[in-house]
Design a protein around this ligand. Structure first.
Ligand code: SER
Length: 308
């Protein structure tokens, strides 16, 4: 097995690349990203995902059999330049799907997101199959992307699998340009300066997941037998949901002097268009999804690691 990962130096890509190296061998994981050099030890190639020639070249050079396509521009940053965001997110995916088809690759992973949902979607226990009218360019591109994955599976037999990640929380890698980034930043500020000003309002509940669970979900989905993957757009997956106020209260259990204030900005409207909680029973049924971390377990693990 030879894996190529795009966006491999991002928040999820960094952790996923290392997990794939551990599982499949250092030399079997080709990490790519837009930056010129990687922040960790890996087999590295610089790649702009809109450059299909370079992508095709790397696939043949390394005899790649699987792709993990993590490169994308996220919800908050994407709003600053909608057409640029659409170009990266959409043409990047189409290059990946075309290469999977042309080189007959075994498997492709494509991350989708809770940002595919919008104001017309039921906000509590959001169903797997529901209205997708997203409010952001990022959400529009991921909703379209899910449908392209389904299309390539049905039309060309490309075994592409996808998860609708909730907000992903990590302590050792930084998110870039998302709406849920507050839930990462708050931990660093809590440990470093004891206070945090949240750009999301105190009562806005969002679905979230701790990084080890996100990696586990990704690897389990990719290892599941082909017949058990029934959803070929993208699976709902959930672990926990909380508001900034609830997250602050969980942090206070460990750092009693921690103070939070609220100064909502444009990201509040994005957050308010997303679900509060997700119904992920299809993932639980089809490939036995089960999270390991709730809010309390995640909070104590992050604070232990950051204070160490
Ligand atoms: N974490 C992402 C964002 O906030 C959601 O997929 O944009």
């Amino acid at each position: 097995m030879r894996i190529l990962i795009t966006g491999g130096c991002g928040q999820i890509g960094t952790v996923l690349s290392k997990a794939l190296q551990d599982k499949h061998g250092f030399d079997n994981v080709i990490v790519t990203d837009i930056r010129s050099s990687p922040p960790f030890e890996c087999m590295y190639e610089q790649l702009d995902v809109t450059d299909s020639n370079k992508l095709f070249y790397l696939i043949s050079k390394y005899h790649v059999t699987q792709l993990y396509h993590l490169a994308a521009i996220l919800s908050a940053k994407g709003e600053a330049n909608p057409i640029f965001t659409w170009n990266i997110n959409m043409n990047g995916l189409l290059n990946i799907l075309e290469s999977a088809k042309n080189y007959q690759l075994d498997r492709v992973f494509y991350p989708s997101t809770i940002a595919v949902f919008g104001l017309l979607t039921p906000r509590i226990d959001t169903p797997q199959h529901t209205n997708l009218t997203p409010e952001t360019v990022y959400g529009i591109s991921k909703a379209a992307g899910e449908n392209w994955c389904n299309y390539y599976f049905k039309k060309y037999g490309v075994d592409v699998r996808s998860l609708r990640y909730p907000g992903i929380i990590s302590w050792d890698t930084q998110p870039g340009g998302g709406t849920t980034d507050y839930a990462v930043d708050i931990f660093h500020k809590a440990v470093e300066i004891g206070k945090y000003e949240s750009y999301i309002d105190h009562g806005t509940r969002l679905p979230m997941m701790y990084m080890p669970d996100a990696i586990k979900a990704t690897l389990e989905l990719m290892e599941a037998p082909k017949e058990s993957i029934k959803v070929r757009t993208s699976y709902n997956v959930a672990a926990m949901s909380f508001t900034p106020a609830e997250l602050a209260a969980a942090i206070k259990q460990h750092l009693p002097d921690f103070k939070i204030t609220y100064q909502p900005d444009f990201r509040q409207a994005i957050a308010a268009s997303w679900p509060e909680s997700i119904d992920d029973q299809e993932a639980r049924k089809d490939w036995n999804w089960q999270e390991s971390y709730d809010l309390a377990a995640m909070t104590s693990d992050i604070i232990k690691n950051l204070t160490a």
